[in-house]
Write a new protein. Structure first.
Length: 95
């Protein structure tokens, strides 16, 4: 899967999760904001609710002091700027 494919929300969410966890500070913010611990995250990564939480984390970061988080993810994946918002609007990741 090409991570820029905005029609594949579950795969994009897993890419976002891997990218988020690659940085300890981002990973800590994700865990803090979702209330998950490392074991729970490992066990629920394939869960649509967890995937929605990961995408929501990136969206939240866009409006928070950590706004560069979303920008860096968009740059890394090549996802069009509007693609992320469209994905969230039309996502089938309902918990």
């Amino acid at each position: 899967m090409n991570p820029t494919d905005t029609n594949d929300a579950p795969t994009l969410a897993l890419h976002a999760l891997a990218w988020t966890l690659a940085d300890p500070a981002r990973a800590r913010r994700l865990l803090d904001l979702t209330g998950l611990d490392v074991d729970a995250l490992r066990g629920s990564a394939a869960n649509r609710g967890t995937q929605a939480a990961v995408l929501g984390f990136l969206e939240l970061e866009a409006y928070h002091p950590h706004a560069p988080t979303l920008e860096r993810f968009i740059e890394k994946t090549g996802l069009p700027r509007d693609g992320f918002r469209q994905l969230l609007l039309h996502s089938k990741l309902d918990a």
